[in-house]
Design a binder for this molecule. Structure first.
Ligand code: NAD
Ligand code: TYD
Length: 350
């Protein structure tokens, strides 16, 4: 396996995956394809962008001809597909963009791989990075298993689910060696500050209200992004064609408890008296269709691949806060311009 296409490598998780593959596999050629939407930022990769085995391709997975051309030109052996529209709130205001990127973009990649690989599946792999949100929502107990039926509720998760169905269809119909993994919520450096943790770090720092949706009782299972990148590496190399793995952090938090923990860390790091920022908590109108709880049963990946999260939450959370506080320039760059309009539209009058 020599030439690997990683899509969405300028985004949050993609940048950690690209870095890991570029550093750990000097004999692989890594091609990062990204259209650099608001969420894509090449600054995320500036530490590795001069490595000889790293190549950046600016391009859009929605452009079928272009995708076919690069498959023809570079003859990739493997694909790790992360490029997506990834924010649930944006999917509620603009569902069609999610159909274009997440569904059609995926099918264009599958078509190009099918055409260029042309039935010669030996040494080939197509790996789809999916989310636990495709399984829908849990009540107070239970956890998603690989066999849990898909039951998405948001336009984001419906688009991701649809893409996954196409991936399985290409395996079952054409014999393409595909793999899918469904991961829980990631946290860590380089996440765009529309998602809960970096958004709230920024707001606490700037003494801005913290918009907690509904009652703050929704539960998410948080995994440090580098643990996800490690799981992706293992799955890419070890999974059998047609296989699926769930990836989780064994680390469930109610939003409000997570936010209080974040406030405690931030007040300490900013030298504010304990509890100062608690008064920033502002309960706002709930997200439409807000899934109550996600949780992953990690038995399969643990038993079959020996993977489990390495980074303890206390350590990972502190590290994450430190990174955002130390990288003010990154923050200022991504929160200028269009971000200001986004914030107004999403939160004013909520
Ligand atoms: P992100 O929004 O940070 O990054 C997405 C990247 O895709 C950006 O670099 C963007 O420029 C690129 N992109 C978007 N549309 C594109 C297009 N049409 N053509 C080419 N590039 C395009 O997303 P993320 O949080 O890093 O998520 C990456 C993947 O992991 C997604 O597929 C997401 O569904 C999945 N996932 C995310 C999480 C999470 O907690 N963030 C959890 C599980 C699964
Ligand atoms: P988010 O980071 O958007 O991830 P996801 O919706 O994919 O789980 O949100 C995490 C949780 O935090 C989710 O339950 C929604 C909630 N949330 C808020 O309460 N306020 C906010 O401003 C945001 C962005 C999220």
């Amino acid at each position: 396996m020599r030439k690997i296409l990683i899509t969405g490598g300028a985004g949050f998780i993609g940048s950690h995956v690209v870095r890991r593959f570029v550093n750990n596999y000097p004999d692989y050629e890594i091609y990062n394809l990204d259209s650099l939407t608001y969420a894509g930022n090449l600054e995320n990769l500036k530490d590795i962008d001069s490595k000889p085995n790293y190549h950046f391709i600016k391009g859009d997975i929605e452009d079928a001809d272009f995708i076919m051309e690069i498959f023809q030109k570079y003859q990739f052996d493997g694909v790790i597909h992360l490029a997506a529209e990834s924010h649930v709130d944006r999917s509620i205001t603009n569902p069609m963009q999610f159909v274009h990127t997440n569904v059609l973009g995926t099918v264009h990649l599958l078509n190009a791989a099918r055409t260029i690989w042309n039935g010669n599946w030996e040494g080939k792999k197509y790996y789809q990075i999916s989310t636990d949100e495709v399984y829908g929502a849990l009540g107070d107990t239970g956890a998603f298993q690989e066999t849990t039926p898909y039951n998405p509720h948001s336009p984001y998760s419906a688009a991701k689910a649809s893409a996954d169905h196409f991936v399985r269809a290409y395996h079952d119909t054409y014999g393409m060696p595909t793999i899918i993994s469904n991961c829980s919520n990631n946290y860590g450096p380089n996440q765009f500050p529309e998602k809960l943790i970096p958004l709230f770090i920024n707001n606490i720092k700037n003494n801005k209200p913290l918009p907690v949706y509904g009652k703050g009782i929704n539960v998410r299972d948080w995994l440090y992004v580098e643990d996800h990148a490690e799981a992706i590496d293992l799955i890419f190399h070890k999974a059998k064609p047609g296989d699926t793995y769930n990836i989780g952090g064994n680390n469930e938090w109610r939003n409000i408890d997570l936010i209080k923990k974040l406030i405690e860390i931030m007040d300490r790091k900013l030298g504010r008296p304990e509890g100062t920022s608690l008064n920033l908590i502002t309960y706002v109108t709930d997200r439409a269709g807000h899934d109550l709880r996600y949780a992953i049963d990690p038995t399969k990946i643990k038993n079959e691949l020996g993977w489990q999260p390495k980074v303890k939450f206390d350590e990972g959370f502190e590290k994450t806060v430190d990174w955002y506080l130390a990288n003010e320039e990154w923050f200022n760059n991504v929160t200028s311009g269009a971000y200001v309009d986004y914030y107004k539209k999403m939160y004013e009058g909520r």
